[in-house]
Ligand binder design. Structure first.
Ligand code: PEP
Ligand code: MN
Length: 272
């Protein structure tokens, strides 16, 4: 990939993105929270639960890019204010999606990490705008994008002067319909050999199936990922988006125990 002037791995130096005390690129970082911010109670309650289970950062969308214009679009500014409250109460840094270049500067007042969603991966004006900001960026892979296209999007952000780019493999579209998408687990070691940027996976959107999320999270650790982002809702049946794929707090807690155990084992044996 010849065009990667800034994203390409040169030697052995790898980027570690620091968000407060959290270091993405060292250890295994878990980002958890609801798909969308729906109310203060729902978000704060979920944030407290994921913090208790050992999550490192809180996720939650205030702007939801939905397939239908009639589906829940997110609470916007109100949602960002709720996320800030959840951060105040838990100490968890906030990861939230920005979908419009015009929103970047004021979303930065509330977010600790700006998420670029799969549908916006190649929204070049949005990439340039987050590249000019001083917030770390979580760049999701487009559902129909090659590694080269994806990494060139990271290059757009780096080229504007923002060095803190994290990649997220969130599943790609294949002929398989059993899962919502197909988690391209090989993207994890491939990205590691091509770039110095950290990479996490999103087993929630990749599978769309509760039963598969824990094993795909474990597979992500084994493949060398720097972390995961997963959806957790205090009451998934009530969720306004992605309700079929949200873990309950007890399911998340159980998964976290297994994740930390595998992480520790691999570190002890020098496999990570
Ligand atoms: C999300 O994280 O809520 C989301 C919309 O994900 P993606 O952009 O990967 O579909
Ligand atoms: Mn979602």
């Amino acid at each position: 990939m010849k065009n990667l002037k800034l994203a390409a791995l040169q030697g052995s130096k790898r980027t570690v993105v620091r968000i407060g005390d959290v270091k993405v690129g060292q250890g295994f970082v878990v980002i958890a929270g609801p798909c969308g911010v729906e109310s203060e109670e729902q978000t704060v309650e979920t944030a407290i639960a994921v913090k208790k289970a050992g999550a490192d950062m809180l996720r939650g969308g205030a702007f939801k890019p939905r397939t239908s214009p009639y589906a829940f679009q997110g609470l916007g500014l109100k949602g960002l204010k709720i996320l800030a409250k959840a951060r105040d109460q838990t100490g968890l840094p906030v990861v939230t999606e920005v979908i419009d270049p015009r929103d970047v500067s004021w979303v930065c007042e509330y977010a600790d990490v700006l998420q670029i969603g799969a549908r916006n991966m190649q929204n070049f004006s949005l990439l340039k705008e987050v590249g000019k900001s001083d917030k770390p960026v979580l760049l999701k892979r487009g559902m129909h994008s090659t590694l080269s296209e994806w990494l060139n999007c990271a290059e757009y952000i780096l080229n504007e002067g923002n060095p803190d780019v994290m990649l997220c493999e969130r599943g790609i579209r294949t002929f398989e319909k059993y899962t919502r998408n197909t988690l391209d687990i090989s993207a994890v070691p491939a990205v590691k050999e091509l770039t110095h940027l950290p990479i996490i996976t999103d087993p929630t959107h990749a599978t769309g199936k509760l039963s598969l999320i824990p094993s795909m999270s474990m597979a992500s650790i084994a493949a060398g990922a720097d972390g995961i982002i997963v959806e957790v809702h205090r009451n998934p049946a009530e969720a306004l988006s992605d309700k079929d794929q949200a873990l309950t707090p007890p399911m998340f807690e159980k998964m976290m125990k297994d994740i930390r155990l595998l992480q520790k084992l691999m570190e002890k044996e020098g496999l990570r």
